[in-house]
Design a protein around this ligand. Sequence first.
Ligand code: PHE
Length: 331
Amino acid sequence: MMDMWFDIIEGSKTLLELDDARIKIIGKNGELSKEFANLGKLPNAEKKAFATKLNSQKAEITTALNNKKILLEDEKLKQDLLDDSIDVTLFSKYKQAGSLHPIMETMDYIIEYFASLNFDVKYGPLAEDDFHNFEALNLSKHHPARDMQDTFYFKDSHLLRTHTSPVQIRTMLKESFPIKMISPGAVFRRDLDLTHTPMFHQVEALVVDKKDVVSFANLKDILTDFLKYTFGDIDVRFRSSFFPFTEPSAEVDISCIFCEAKGCRVCSHTGWLEVLGSGVVDDSVFKAVGYTDCSGYAFGLGVERFAMLLYKIPDLRLMYEGDLRLLRQFR
Ligand code: PHE
């Protein structure tokens, strides 16, 4: 009998089969349990020996059942893990395409526009030194114009660049003119209110060639073309201004695209929106990089401002909140 029971236990292929075997052998009405019922019929002298034998058989069967159970549970766990394993190389049915952020979308647009006019695209470090960010751009240590650009300083006299103009200094120090470049990227200023964030993006441009080859007239042309191409049927106006690194300097306005220059909240009822800083490169800049007998122009624009105008996004804060309701509109 015992041999047959061990065979049944060993032959169980699943936990369910094993449980059936347990019921069949040592369950309430199991075959071994029935033998216990026979105890009563035996003469007293044989009872003890028979009971001892049955109990040790039951113990052996129980041990065999438990060992087999551990084995089958282990196999089942391995099989479950195999069945549940995820093939990460499979293509998902639910591919969700993301989208470029409107700031990057705008930046790419501006880069592509000027790249198509043969401007080189140059990048530089975000952590700059005083020379490249200020000194070489005619902003000496105590120049009052440094107040225009509240700066984040590191302990070791490095700083977070306040504009992308230092990339132009780096380029001029490395290469000789003619230079025709734009420098896109993030810039940092200690500013935070409704219309300013501590980090924002710029695209600045620099064109340098032999003396009198490039002029303010070229600057006006290229910017007027760019702004009309970008915003459509608008007026462009150059307003005299000041930057330490350009002379003469001009801020550039476009007629308000929200009210068609009639005057609204966005343009502060002036009919004009300021979009660019520009000018003819000051000689002191050329001196700082060792250029002589040349002339050039430069301009710089804020990418966030362009994005807000292009997509009519009314509030700068929306740009940085990562709200999917806004971002999904740019798929
Ligand atoms: N560097 C200036 C700024 O960040 C922008 C600018 C560039 C102005 C070139 C004039 C010419 O404010």
